[in-house]
Write a protein that binds this ligand. Structure first.
Ligand code: GDP
Length: 612
């Protein structure tokens, strides 16, 4: 018979970047005395990857646990803004309740809506924490009423509209059920969690079952599966069955079993239903697979995003190779990619056409862009080609991946969005106005149509919109999507760009570089105003002549350059181009650096087209 455990609570925490999630978890950890007296408690970074911070997303959710009045509270971190709908859902599935953390000045932010909607759809019991009540501009009642409106839009069950509100100053470590508190402890929040979030519903006598929800990896132990035990119990050293995504069983031994304490893992002998655990011993476990005792039937496998977009990572062979990077060899790049595959769902790495290249497939352009950015920050240097969707042959002939696209944006951007997206073969499937003057749009769109869209989206909504995507599956090829880009302005010489050369070049188009930047022949320095590529010598200096030049002649007017971001670079490059990525710079280049060979190839392509 299922019953509810009284000694555990599993709570997901949902917050917009900067609303104080780290500070709040820090305060909970400190006050639950999970640290020994002499342990140093600095600022605990639950959400520690600076890249995630910058992009406002968490790639791998982490766990923490605190104890209050004999009850263990597992705190499950969630992405504040997720592009990876499936991942959000998996992580939320471990929780019975959620804390929605809201800044007392800013109020609820659109970016957290998507995750909150998922949480409420899964029936989680929510608690609203209004944080930073000490801020002089705090507007508590307005923020609470904005939050109520949000719940009115999103709640799926009546009880969700009766959420408790806790007012907090996470920085000074106190919370209260009333407005106006200026001191105290976190006890009111702990108590609210205990009373409002139900304990996990479990059947302790049923055979052991859990779903691998996230993976962790270290060289020493290999893969560790993290998940919530659904039924029964498991002991360290016991024999378990792993059901893969096709339902095929294999037998394994649990080497080590861990629970969470504070931000650390502690080894356990036994754990039971409702606990969130990490276990080792199943070296090739994948997300979504069931781990169970021999007599149990597998849990329904959870859908895992399929790789839909691929691009080639290559050893950097530009004339500037090795200038900035710490890790530049094919072996180093290969090892790093293989390590990533261990825990990064839906990432695949295959050997490329040469020993110096690898084909990396992921669940979208952003997924791959994040990997590129992460490796770059770790000191890697390499080059990447244009992202392409992975097509296949199927019942409908050539098939390509499609996605559901959810957009929340100011109403005024609606026309622009619909027009841009229809050019990208998107079909609108829903339109809805929210209380706050936002419009919610839903589309079905080929993944191909999303490549490069984020950039357009951000500028078209002045940064006010949010977008999320969810994989739908393969469908018939949607037809050509016009992809118009002007030709490239290509540097013809190696050297340092000079004002004179740049001034000349900027008459032909729009430049990415400024004087002083080092360039090499074959590097793309801007976009031509016309369709064809054009070689330009940006290193050219003004000829010194006998004629005394006037000052106005020397002082050239330069337009400030607009170097593209990584994501824009990826969507900008053509099939004969690539992006050179180093820890310090991004450069666009032609794959073939030699201008003569390039010109010959262009001519050949032209003849071939004429012959058809
Ligand atoms: P996160 O991005 O949600 O993890 O946010 P952080 O925990 O890093 O907090 C963002 C900023 O808000 C930091 O500078 C904190 O010191 C500050 N902060 C957090 N809680 C409070 C609070 O209760 N009051 C005030 N005034 N500032 C806070």
């Amino acid at each position: 018979m299922p019953s509810r455990r009284a000694d555990v609570r599993n709570v997901a925490i949902i917050a917009h970047v900067d609303h104080g999630k780290t500070t709040l978890v820090d305060a909970l950890l400190k006050q639950a005395h999970v640290f020994r007296e002499n342990e140093h408690v600095g600022t605990l970074i639950l959400d520690s990857n600076p890249l995630e911070r910058e992009k406002g997303i968490t790639i791998m959710a982490k766990n923490a646990a605190v104890e209050f009045n004999g009850v263990r509270i597992n705190i499950i971190d969630t992405p504040g803004h997720a592009d990876f709908g499936g991942e959000v859902e998996r992580v939320l599935n471990m929780a019975d309740g959620c804390l929605l953390l809201v800044d007392a000045v800013e109020g609820p932010m659109p970016q957290t809506k998507f995750v909150l909607r998922k949480a409420l759809e899964l029936g989680l019991h929510a608690i609203v924490v209004v944080n930073k009540i000490d801020r002089p501009q705090a507007r508590l009642s307005a923020v609470v009423s904005e939050t109520q409106d949000l719940f009115l839009d999103l709640a799926t069950e009546d009880h969700q509209l009766d959420f408790p509100v806790v007012y907090a100053n996470a920085r000074d470590g106190y919370a209260s059920l009333e407005t106006g508190a200026t001191s105290g402890t976190m006890q009111p929040l702990f108590e609210t969690i205990l009373t409002h979030v139900p304990g996990p519903e479990v059947d302790e006598n049923a055979p052991f079952r859990m779903l691998a929800t996230t993976l962790q990896y270290d060289n020493f132990r290999g893969r560790t599966a993290v998940g919530r035990i659904r039924d029964g119990s498991v002991t360290s050293g016991s024999t378990v069955v792993r059901y893969d995504l096709e339902g095929q069983p294999t037998t394994h031994r649990v080497n080590q079993l861990f629970g969470f304490r504070g931000l650390d893992r502690v080894e356990l002998q036994e754990a039971t239903a409702g606990d969130i655990v990490a276990l080792t011993g199943i070296s090739d476990i994948a997300i979504g697979e069931t781990i169970a005792s021999a007599e149990a039937v597998p849990l329904p496998p959870i859908a895992i995003e399929m790789p839909t977009v691929k691009m080639t990572f290559r050893v950097n062979d530009s004339p500037f190779a090795g200038r900035d990077g710490q890790f530049v060899t094919s072996r180093q790049i290969r090892e790093r990619l293989m390590r990533e595959v261990e825990t990064n769902v839906a990432l695949r790495v295959e050997d490329g056409e040469t020993a110096e290249s690898f084909v990396v497939s992921g669940r979208g352009e952003l997924h791959l862009a994040i990997l590129v950015e992460t490796m770059r920050r770790e000191g890697y240097e390499f080059a990447v080609t244009r992202p392409e969707v992975i097509v296949r042959k199927g019942a409908h002939g050539t098939e390509e991946p499609f996605e559901k696209l959810y957009i929340e944006a100011p109403e005024s951007a609606t026309g622009f969005l619909i027009e841009t997206l229809s050019g990208r073969k998107a079909l609108m499937t829903g339109m809805h106005s929210d209380h706050d003057g936002d419009v919610r749009l839903e589309f079905e769109i080929p993944t191909r149509g999303l490549i490069g869209f984020r950039d357009t989206f951000i500028s078209g909504t002045a940064g006010e919109g949010i977008m999320n995507t969810e994989y739908l599956g393969y469908r018939a090829w949607a037809g050509e999507i016009a992809r118009y880009r002007n030709g490239a302005l290509v540097a013809s010489d190696m050297g340092s760009a000079l004002a004179f050369g740049i001034a000349n070049a900027q008459e032909r188009g729009q430049l990415f570089i400024e004087p002083g930047v080092d360039v090499y022949a074959g590097m793309i320095v801007g976009l031509h105003a016309r369709e064809n590529d054009l070689d330009v010598n940006v290193c050219k200096a003004k000829q010194l002549t006998n004629i005394r030049s006037s000052t106005s002649d020397i002082a050239v007017k330069l337009t400030p350059p607009s170097p593209p971001s990584l994501e824009r670079s990826l969507s900008l490059i053509g099939s004969d181009e690539m992006v050179e990525v180093t820890p310090k710079t991004l450069r666009l280049r032609k794959i073939e650096l030699n201008a003569t060979i390039r010109a010959r190839a262009t001519k050949r392509a032209k003849f071939a087209a004429m012959g058809q």
